[in-house]
Design a protein around this ligand. Structure first.
Ligand SMILES: *Cc1c(COP(=O)(O)O)cnc(C)c1O
Length: 374
């Protein structure tokens, strides 16, 4: 984590009702707006992790019986089904293959079968598959049917472009600990004007008081006057403000390029070791890279040795991909050259020990060459 982020968390506390803190909240909404690239988005930071953002969206924008079409192509998409069911929505899951982008035609066909669709949901960066989902077609179709478009931007915000306005989103949520380089604990969200209208003009109150987006919007200054809702996690908000400032000081474009460049170097290194990537270059996320575990190689053994002997944590496969893939994150602060080189040299040591031969030095060299030529 960036030392500036850690530092603000240890500074003296400011009261959550202090007028100075209100100014900080305003500043945070503004910074979130810039990172979501939105002019009109009603932005705020929910107290809770990315899942709070997901739950708040379904709980606040959907009423019992409303139809929600869910585009599903990974583990986090599947969670939406669970939450949608709990808020008693009429959930229509559209399942497509893991490891590839969701085909917009599926949504197009399904929308034709329904008269009233309240919302369509999708995940932008599916952390379980490493796929970057193109959103424009899904958004266009959703708007043609006058439904709300909800997007999970948990792993995308701060790592790859998220254009809230241009891509026609109505609600998007993220998390501080993925590509924003902050500790976990807040979910920066954005609502379109019509999504906020829906949240504040429901027939029934949402089952949750704490994650009621309509009330929270008033707390974050989007109503006529600010209405106290709950005690803000002050130090988390200070950390987020600093993390967002760092994102914008680097510049969104520069930051995305850094992620792309480092991911390309990692990919070159992994391929030089003979490993196969799960996602084709075109749709591969730069903040998370999935590789197939070679036949006969012990998944947990390799991850264990990386952690115990080299202090490197890589992710295990989730859901359908459990035991079949490794997931290598290069997110935010951690997307840097030294991490790529350290990981590749560790793999060059460990893989032969567990029975997978590699040309020692080839992975590191390929990554270094890629970095030098980019
Ligand atoms: C990590 C993740 C979540 C869950 O976020 P938490 O901060 O762990 O609650 C949701 N969606 C995606 C795509 C994620 O990667």
């Amino acid at each position: 984590m960036n030392p500036r982020v850690l530092k603000v968390m240890t500074q003296g506390m400011i009261g959550y009702l202090d007028p100075d803190f209100t100014k900080i909240m305003d500043e945070v909404t503004d910074l979130i707006r810039r990172v979501y690239q939105t002019k009109d988005g009603r932005t705020m930071a929910l107290s809770g992790t990315g899942m709070a953002g997901m739950e708040a969206g379904f709980a606040s924008l959907v009423e019992p019986g409303d139809t929600v079409i869910m585009c599903i192509y990974g583990y986090f998409c599947e969670r939406m089904v669970e939450i949608g069911t709990r808020v008693q929505a009429n959930v229509v899951p559209l399942r497509a293959d893991w490891g590839a982008p969701f085909p917009a035609e599926l949504l197009e066909q399904e929308l034709k079968k329904h008269k009233n669709v309240k919302m369509v949901s999708a995940v932008h960066a599916e952390t379980s598959t490493g796929v970057r989902q193109p959103l424009q077609d899904l958004s266009r179709l959703t708007r043609e049917h006058d439904a709300l478009f909800m997007v999970d931007a948990v792993t995308s915000l701060g790592g790859v472009e998220v254009a809230f306005d241009d891509w026609g989103m109505d609600y998007a949520y993220a998390a501080t600990q993925k590509c924003l380089g902050c500790p976990p604990g807040l979910s920066p969200v954005s609502l379109s004007e019509r999504a906020l209208h829906v949240a504040q003009n429901r027939k029934s109150k949402p089952f949750t008081w704490y994650l009621d987006l309509g009330m929270l919007a008033n707390y974050w200054g989007w109503g006529e006057k600010r209405v106290y809702h709950h005690t803000a996690p002050v130090s988390m908000i200070l950390a987020l403000r600093e993390g967002l400032r760092l994102v914008l000081e680097e510049g969104l474009e520069n930051r995305f390029k850094r992620h792309v460049r480092n991911a390309a170097a990692l990919a070159a290194g992994l391929r030089a070791l003979g490993l196969k990537l799960v996602v084709p270059d075109e749709y591969r996320l730069s903040q998370i890279t999935l590789v197939w575990i070679p036949d006969g190689i012990d998944d947990a053994e390799v991850r264990g040795r990386l952690l115990m002997s080299h202090g490197i944590e890589i992710g295990a496969g989730l859901g359908d991909f459990a035991g079949r893939v490794w997931r290598i994150g290069l997110m935010g602060e951690s997307s840097k050259q030294e991490n790529i080189i350290t990981l590749l040299s560790a793999l060059e040591k460990i893989l032969p020990e567990v029975g997978y031969e590699v040309a020692v030095g080839s992975g590191v060299k390929a990554a270094e060459d890629a970095l030098a030529s980019s």
